[in-house]
Design a protein around this ligand. Structure first.
Ligand SMILES: [Zn+2]
Ligand SMILES: [Zn+2]
Length: 160
């Protein structure tokens, strides 16, 4: 490897590499948006982000981007298979890193908190139902809606 190439490689951020291999130019906002999803995947209790969540974070970090740009980048990431889009019972799309594994969701209708779960029994029953109806199952999206423990505590405190 030539010295200049080695230097370039050393200076390259992981997000930069990922964007390039997805065929996208590694601009500052694109790199930061991808990193937000990657951080959320590793650390965050909430790895499900709306465009507004992403936008607010970038503005807080003093990036000069508009909400329209954020929407455009998210849809580019989605097309490139970096993130997946989910709808949780409202008109705002939620995005999360596409780690290639399947899971279902339960969503708090008060605070919007999202938890993930996989239940083999539910998975199996869905395949059986599809089979019974003459389908071979390709995919499914299951979202449960309810009120999380924290929100229930808050509501209880308010009532007493
Ligand atoms: Zn809640
Ligand atoms: Zn999820």
């Amino acid at each position: 490897m030539s010295p200049s190439k080695a230097a370039a490689k050393q200076g390259e951020r992981r997000s930069e590499k990922e964007l390039k291999s997805a065929g996208l130019k590694a601009t500052g906002p694109r790199m930061r948006i991808l990193e937000l999803f990657e951080d959320a995947l590793v650390n965050g209790p909430n790895r499900h982000l709306t465009a507004e969540d992403v936008y607010k974070q970038l503005v807080a970090e003093e990036f000069d981007v508009g909400l329209a740009t954020v929407y455009r980048v998210l849809s580019q990431f989605e097309s490139a298979g970096l993130i997946v889009r989910r709808y949780f019972g409202n008109d705002r799309a939620t995005y999360e890193m596409d780690d290639g594994s399947h899971h279902d969701h339960i969503v708090c209708t008060r605070c919007g908190r999202v938890e993930e779960f996989v239940d083999e029994e539910i998975e199996r029953r869905q395949r059986e139902i599809a089979h019974r109806l003459g389908f071979e199952l390709e995919d499914h999206a299951l979202s449960l809606y309810g009120i999380c423990e924290e929100c229930r505590k808050k509501e209880k405190a308010r009532r007493t």
